[in-house]
Design a binder for this molecule. Structure first.
Ligand SMILES: Nc1nc2c(c(=O)[nH]1)N[C@H]1C(S)=C(S)[C@@H](COP(=O)(O)O)O[C@H]1N2
Ligand SMILES: [Mo]
Length: 318
């Protein structure tokens, strides 16, 4: 297991602008107390055998996705995470190891020809995996560059066979407060939910990731399957997905439900639109002392700007 190090160049958490707001927790004290007793974990060690998808890694790199900066150190990326199900600090490695990722089933439902469930190991053998180098930008203003392994979300959409009335894809994380004790904190709108328009979901950049740095995803990165939308702030990239629903109405997302004035549905990266509590003009590159100017759509404007034609009246950058 990776050991948490505090390196000289690492951004101390106290200096990062926290995503969460200072909610009035007093109103909720005691709300989750009744659940805490049931946190025992059966057969944890036995459930953690070798990953059955290991032979698929490393996947062939798709060379059409290039970077303007070096890759972030793998250990650093794996030790500085946001995964509120396992706590609000960046240090969720130990807590997230409780997540059991096999068996793991993803439900495809809503407006589709025929709803179905698919196991992760069937899914990763149905759609070919590839590696892509992507920039990644958290709304808190830290940024990284990592090699994801996965497949385009549009391939999963094709497998799902959505009906013409489907306008949005809604993606949800598991709900299991016994394992993810952050979910005992009931002022958060669990399960973590995200959404994309059908046009966004079928844009080639939207990736379903099952791996990182040439290996299956470690738990803290959202094993065994997560979303990666590199032109949007990181909170859109929902982890540990168990349900993908095709819906007619725009889904209410986790962060929007928590604080709509700070986190909207679109959340496209834009240096000129500040977060209400901090500037988005530049970003701190994890693992360096470098700050770089933030790029519109995180540098992916060529691929995605067209998705927003005619939507100029929307809060596209919050
Ligand atoms: N289920 C879930 N998904 C999540 C989050 C979370 O707390 N829970 N945090 C989001 C945020 S704010 C960021 S920046 C990225 C971080 O991904 P990483 O830890 O793999 O770098 O995950 C996103 N996906
Ligand atoms: Mo984030």
């Amino acid at each position: 297991m990776l050991i948490k190090r505090r390196l000289g160049w690492e951004m101390p958490e106290s200096q990062a602008t926290p995503e969460h707001v200072a909610l009035n927790r007093r109103a909720f004290i005691g709300a989750g107390a009744g659940l805490i007793a049931g946190a025992a974990l059966p057969g944890l060690a036995a459930a953690q055998g070798a990953d059955p998808s290991l032979d698929l890694y490393p996947a062939k790199r798709n060379e059409s996705f290039t970077l303007d900066r070096p890759l972030t150190d793998a250990e650093l990326a794996a030790n500085y995470n946001n995964f509120y199900e396992f706590g609000t600090s960046k240090d969720v490695v130990a807590a997230s190891q409780k997540l059991v990722t096999r068996p793991w089933t993803i439900a495809i439902d809503g407006m589709v020809e025929k709803p179905f469930e698919i196991g992760i190991d069937d899914l990763v053998r149905k759609i070919p995996l590839e590696e892509r180098l992507y920039r990644f930008r958290c709304v808190e203003s830290w940024a990284m560059a990592v090699p994801w392994t996965g497949f385009p979300l549009k391939s999963l959409v094709a497998l799902a066979k959505p009906l013409s009335g489907a306008k949005y894809v809604k993606l949800e994380t598991f709900l299991n407060p016994r394992v993810a004790t952050g979910q005992l904190q009931r002022w958060y709108p669990w399960p973590y939910t995200e959404g994309l328009t059908m046009a966004e979901a079928t844009n080639d950049l939207a990736l379903i990731a099952t791996g990182i740095y040439g290996k299956p995803l470690p738990k803290q990165h959202g094993a065994p399957i997560r979303l990666v939308t590199p032109w949007k702030y990181g909170f859109k990239s929902v982890k540990s997905i168990t349900k993908v629903s095709f819906v007619a109405e725009r889904p209410k997302t986790f962060w929007e439900a928590l604080q709509a004035s700070e986190y909207g549905f679109w959340a496209n990266v834009n240096p000129e639109v500040p977060h209400p509590r901090w500037s988005q003009a530049s970003e701190q590159v994890l693992g360096t002392r470098e700050r770089r100017p933030t790029l519109l759509f995180n540098g992916y404007a060529e691929q995605v700007a067209g998705l927003y034609k005619g939507l100029e009246g929307e809060r596209l950058y919050v």
